[in-house]
Write a protein of this length. Structure first.
Length: 367
């Protein structure tokens, strides 16, 4: 970009201004995780503010569309809040839509972002096959998209916790809890929904249990709109049909609460336990009950995932190339039985997990 230097009296002063104009301008706040050695030298940063003000008028702030599949549980709420907080930190603008669990509404919202000409888009959850055509349209229009908890070939990157590792950890925890003896389990999930991370959790869990010679009694449909009650009913039926059941494996958080209620009502908390992904407040509050069947869960960090998505949009705006298509976000393994978790994993009990994931809410205050 050419620099226009105002004519001033004095050759030395002119030379000084030319040298100052050649110095690198201050960059937009670096995305979280970038190494410290990428920062500009201190002496350059001191000269940058005046140029930054000249080259970045207030009207050029980025407009970011944040599309939520739904806002009915803590994970979805925190993803959106994390993204919006980071957008605000950068001085950008946000347009947030909530599809309320309706994929057609989510596609329509993304089409709205396209027609509005937003600068970038963050997608939180949903069905990747249904969203892929509109994500491609956005990408082809020069609007970068970052997806969270789904995988799109046309997104800049796709962010989720390591669903492979976390699922394996939950399955190995269950094996350890049974002291290595083959058990019998029911698989609670959203069958054939097309949610990539749920698909991974389903397949990896079944593979580990197959290797360990466990018997699966069947797949239980958690549903989506009323997951707790539907899962309670499905688990109640599974308990009646399978008196030797040891485990209910849940591929996401809310169904685990329904499963726990059914197990407690059947007075089988000494025989049947639950493991699941997602440390929603209602899940952690349930785990803290003395007779809770929920033995372990994965504590995702959705607020950080939302912020990461905005940071990756920043990388795309800066013209970075060769960004990895899949980006793993950090997580916690949550349980009171920490001795059953393989080494090398950050393990917290439910109270500890609550303090770091929900620092502004009193423990047990479930939504």
């Amino acid at each position: 970009m050419k620099r226009h230097v105002v004519l001033l009296v004095g050759l030395l002063l002119v030379a000084g201004l030319i040298l100052g104009a050649c110095a690198p301008a201050a960059s937009v706040e670096a995305p979280a995780g970038d190494s410290a050695d990428q920062a500009a030298p201190a002496e350059v940063e001191e000269a940058a503010p005046a140029e930054a003000e000249e080259e970045t008028p207030a009207g050029e702030a980025k407009v970011i569309g944040v599309s939520s599949f739904q806002q009915g549980n803590d994970w979805n709420i925190q993803v959106a809040e994390g993204a919006k907080a980071r957008i605000d930190e950068l001085g950008w603008e946000v347009v947030h839509t909530n599809a309320e669990g309706d994929m057609e509404a989510m596609v329509t919202a993304l089409e709205g972002f396209l027609s509005q000409g937003v600068d970038g888009v963050v997608i939180g959850g949903g069905s990747a096959p249904a969203l892929e055509p509109i994500i491609k349209e956005l990408s082809d229009a020069g609007i970068p998209v970052v997806a969270i908890d789904i995988t799109s070939q046309n997104a800049v990157t796709n962010i989720y916790p390591d669903a492979y590792m976390t699922t394996e950890l939950l399955a190995v925890f269950a094996v350890n809890k049974m002291n290595g003896l083959p058990g019998q389990y029911a698989h609670l999930t959203i069958p054939d929904f097309g949610w990539k991370t749920v698909d991974i959790r389903d397949k990896v869990a079944d593979l580990v249990f197959e290797i360990e010679s466990w018997e699966m009694t069947g797949v239980l449909d958690s549903g989506l709109a009323d997951a707790i009650n539907q899962s309670k009913t499905a688990t109640r039926s599974a308990l009646l049909a399978n008196p030797d059941l040891n485990l209910v494996y849940s591929s996401w958080g809310m169904p685990a609460v329904g499963a726990a209620a059914a197990i407690r009502e059947a007075e089988l908390t000494d025989q049947v336990f639950v493991v699941n992904t997602d440390a929603d407040r209602i899940v952690l509050a349930e785990m803290a009950e003395e007779d809770s069947p929920i033995a372990a869960c994965i504590g995702q960090r959705p607020t950080e995932m939302g912020a990461m998505a905005v940071d990756y949009l920043g990388k795309a705006f800066a013209g970075e190339e060769n960004i990895a298509k899949i980006t793993f976000a950090p997580f916690y393994f949550v349980t009171y039985e920490k001795e059953l978790v393989p080494p090398g994993v950050e393990v917290l009990d439910p109270e500890e997990a609550w303090a770091v994931i929900y620092p502004n809410a009193e423990f047990g205050e479930a939504n």
